[in-house]
Design a protein around this ligand. Structure first.
Ligand SMILES: NC(=O)c1ccc[n+]([C@@H]2O[C@H](COP(=O)([O-])OP(=O)(O)OC[C@H]3O[C@@H](n4cnc5c(N)ncnc54)[C@H](OP(=O)(O)O)[C@@H]3O)[C@@H](O)[C@H]2O)c1
Length: 166
């Protein structure tokens, strides 16, 4: 879903770590990278918090983390919170969390935001839908990647991609 974003940041020369469950898909991302040595792939399932945090701690142990783009379903919310706890405790520099959320987050009662600590700038990006003539459709992966890229570079704390119903 965020492959194009990872590849774009890598093309700009940034060091990017991509985490997902499926190693075959991850390897495909790395193969397409302009600077493969700067695109690290990590296979971990966020529903296994201990394993996931262990993997993430290796990234933050190597260098300070600057920006984290996070897409977690509800089954991973506790792991997302643990990841924020980890960064809050080890980071000495400011960092940014760009939290990508499904359209339900447009309803405040269903909008989960983790606690992130003083050094973190928190941004949320809510995925909406697109109206086309007489029907609506969900966003494409490409629209999601470019919308998140824009949100990363925007000063706004909340960005919507497409139309989000309150
Ligand atoms: N308005 C909206 O709410 C809106 C609009 C557009 C799209 N969407 C949503 O966006 C999603 C896009 O579809 P998708 O099939 O690409 O989404 P997905 O199944 O959530 O996968 C997206 C990414 O998350 C990773 N992932 C999923 N579960 C994981 C886990 N337990 N641990 C670690 N990584 C995990 C996947 O990696 P692996 O495949 O490697 O595990 C993949 O890279 C859909 O869920 C769609 O509903 C929502």
């Amino acid at each position: 879903m965020l492959k194009e974003l990872a590849l774009k940041l890598n093309k700009e020369g940034q060091t990017v770590s991509v985490i997902g469950r499926n190693l075959t898909k991850l390897k495909r991302v790395q193969e397409q990278a302009e600077h493969p040595a700067k695109l690290h792939i990590i296979s971990a399932d966020y529903t296994n918090a201990e394993y996931f945090i262990n993997k993430v701690s290796k990234i933050s142990g190597q260098r300070p983390v600057q920006k984290v783009v996070a897409w977690f379903h509800e089954t991973g919310y506790h792991t997302l919170q643990e990841m924020c706890n980890l960064f809050s405790s080890v980071q000495r520099r400011e960092w940014e969390l760009i939290h990508v959320k499904g359209s339900r987050a447009g309803n405040p009662a269903q909008n989960f935001s983790p606690k992130t600590g003083l050094l973190c700038t928190y941004k949320q990006v809510i995925l909406g839908h697109v109206m086309e003539k007489d029907h609506m459709r969900w966003l494409t992966h490409s629209e999601i990647s470019s919308g998140v890229y824009e949100a990363m570079h925007s000063p706004r704390a909340t960005s919507n991609i497409g139309r989000v119903n309150p």
